[in-house]
Write a protein that binds this ligand. Structure first.
Ligand code: FES
Length: 152
């Protein structure tokens, strides 16, 4: 009978120690998180692509940056290739003269305006300029009107 009491006492003491160690362990882990803050390492919003001569007349998709470079004679424009619904990559349809999203059917006119589908906003046009080394410099954090273009 007393052996039974002792076992229960030992069990409760062990459980108490486990709870104490768990509490202090949790505090140590939470304190350690201050040393490693949550930081998002996102791609830069400003980047260079090829020089203007590399882009032929019409629409060219730059897959690595998910943008379209549009050349109309000596004018260059850059539009996002990321659907404004939930971020799928849109495709350019030459025959229909529009951007189409394969995920949920959003469609955007050639100027990026939403013409169909769940996309809530038009495709943004980005500031593009000529870098000193002759390459195109795209600034995704600078949204410009559709009419804006770089003369090369
Ligand atoms: S992600 Fe383009 S329509 Fe949904």
């Amino acid at each position: 009978m007393s052996e039974n009491k002792c076992t229960r006492r030992n069990f409760l003491a062990g459980a108490g120690w486990l709870a104490t160690l768990g509490t202090f362990g949790g505090l140590a882990v939470a304190s350690g998180r201050y040393l490693f803050p949550n930081v998002l390492y996102e791609p830069p919003l400003e980047f260079k692509i090829a020089s203007p001569e590399e882009y032929p007349e019409g629409v060219t998709f730059v897959a690595s940056k998910r943008i379209f470079v549009i050349r109309e004679q000596n004018l260059i424009k850059v539009v996002s290739g990321v659907c404004t619904h939930i971020g799928c990559t849109v495709r350019w349809s030459e025959e229909r003269n529009r951007f189409e999203c394969p995920c949920h059917g959003s469609m955007f006119s050639a100027n990026g305006a939403v013409t169909a589908g769940p996309a809530p906003k038009p495709l943004p046009w980005y500031e593009v300029s000529l870098a000193p080394d002759g390459r195109l410099l795209v600034k995704e954090d600078q949204i410009v009107p559709f009419q804006h273009s770089l003369t090369v």
